[in-house]
Design a protein. Structure first.
Length: 312
């Protein structure tokens, strides 16, 4: 059976029947639009898209995995603003020959990842397309706080990281070379482990700037440095190379710090804090902000790509 056999509205019924609704959803799928509560009177909004062959491969990842990844990429952006995610809207474009089971499992992954933060999938759209594409829009609530933007870093601030970097990039490299292990790395590529609660926590601690690390730590910190008009220096010694990553790097002939410093898709959160702030777990210091411009590693320019660019 394919989605062509089920039809658009039959597929919508099968997918929406699998989606529970969180407390912020006042009216879910079934009408022309959903209704989501906004206690703060402001709504944080972000959107992201996953395209088959560009962001995922069905022979590498299950539909459940893709659902988790698609949701995580958007939920992390909301958390990086210091907000709590409330809802997701999903647009799904897929070839007519795809099994409806694939779409149902995708919905399960989206719903399960959203449930981690108390959010839910409240609506979306579907269309036939020669390329399987998942586009997600996330909404969030600031809880009365100011958003933590990229332009607030100041000289003297501490650069800190919550979550891990390099794991997903290492997993991607392993898969692209035809291997399926180490499991730790491959699973990190398939389903990121995002420290969602660290975003609002950072806002309460007084973070001056924050960003979701989606394209690579150095590249994303570069956005903070440019927006804030400062220089960000990252300390290489702040990053421990786990055994599985070290072994994979040696076997594949890769410098593991290329993954740690420039690898994306883990969706860690990077933030800057005033030096007087005591950083609780999961935040850990990884560098400093100073006068100047750009991003350096141990005071020197980093040689090599700093992260992912879709058009290069």
């Amino acid at each position: 059976m394919s989605v062509a056999d089920v039809g658009e509205f039959g597929l919508i019924d099968r997918v929406t029947a699998r989606l529970g609704q969180g407390s912020a959803c006042l009216l879910g799928p079934g009408d022309d639009a959903a209704v989501v509560s906004a206690p703060d009177a402001r709504v944080v909004a972000s959107t992201d898209v996953l395209v088959e062959g560009r962001h995922f491969r069905r022979d590498w990842s299950s539909a459940l995995d893709v659902g988790h990844r698609a949701a995580a990429a958007n939920l992390a952006d909301v958390a990086a603003m210091g907000a709590v995610p409330t809802a997701l809207l999903v647009a799904l474009c897929l070839p007519a020959q795809v099994s409806p089971d694939w779409a149902e499992q995708l919905a399960d992954g989206l719903g399960a990842e959203a449930a981690k933060v108390g959010a839910s999938v409240v609506g979306g759209d579907m269309s036939a397309s020669p390329t399987l594409t998942v586009a997600v829009t996330a909404l969030g609530d600031l809880g009365g706080r100011a958003p933590v933007v990229r332009s607030g870093a100041r000289p003297g601030d501490v650069v800190a990281l919550a979550g891990r970097t390099g794991y997903a990039a290492a997993g991607y490299t392993v898969l692209s070379r035809g291997f399926r292990t180490p499991k730790l790395l491959v699973e990190a590529y398939r389903r990121p482990e995002v420290p969602y609660s660290a975003g609002p926590h950072a806002a309460r601690l007084g973070a001056t700037a924050m960003i979701d690390v989606s394209d690579g730590l150095l590249a994303d910190l570069g956005h903070v440095a440019k927006a804030s008009g400062v220089r960000v220096d990252v300390h290489r010694a702040a990053f421990e190379v786990p055994r599985q990553m070290r072994d994979a790097a040696q076997a594949l002939g890769v410098d593991p710090y290329t993954w740690l410093l420039a690898g994306g898709d883990d969706h860690a959160l990077a933030a800057t804090f005033p030096p007087a702030v005591v950083l609780p777990a999961p935040w850990r210091p990884i560098g400093r902000v100073s006068a100047g411009a750009g991003v350096t590693v141990d005071g020197a320019r980093y040689e090599g790509p700093a992260g992912w660019d879709h058009f290069r």
